[in-house]
Design a protein around this ligand. Structure first.
Ligand code: HEM
Length: 99
């Protein structure tokens, strides 16, 4: 996993992920790139996506998030899999832009 994040500003990265999760969980609008655009050049596979969900779940467990909420949040994150992995070709990166 480390090489993907090697040259990134991790403060910005955390802020963007927080903003995106806030948005998909019903909070404020998200003004970053679409999931398809942001991940297009990374060559990501299911194994990478699974790992991120694993870390997300572990992080929530550590913070004491109730199991029922954690399951819901993982379910919502799961809905982004096709876009993040570039499998949602039919939309050509337009239909999945979150406004
Ligand atoms: C639940 C799945 C995921 C979500 C919700 C998510 C969310 C995000 C968000 C919000 C951004 C910022 C977009 C922007 O800059 O406008 C981003 C960028 C990025 N993500 Fe993810 N991500 C996910 C999965 C992954 C996975 C599996 C990897 C690799 C292991 C990854 C690696 C990256 C990298 C390297 C960037 C920065 C790309 C760049 O700046 O060029 N992400 N992601």
């Amino acid at each position: 996993m480390k090489p993907f994040f090697a040259n990134l500003d991790m403060v910005k990265q955390r802020r963007m992920l927080k903003s995106f999760l806030n948005h998909v969980l019903g909070g404020r609008p998200y003004n970053g790139r679409s999931m398809a655009q942001a991940h297009a050049k990374l060559g990501l596979k299911d194994v990478h996506f699974d790992k991120v969900l694993h870390y997300l779940k572990a992080g929530m467990q550590k913070l004491g998030v109730a199991e029922e909420h954690s399951v819901q949040i993982i379910g919502i994150a799961e809905t982004t899999r096709k876009d993040v992995l570039g499998k949602a070709n039919e939309c050509k990166g337009k239909c999945c832009v979150i406004e």
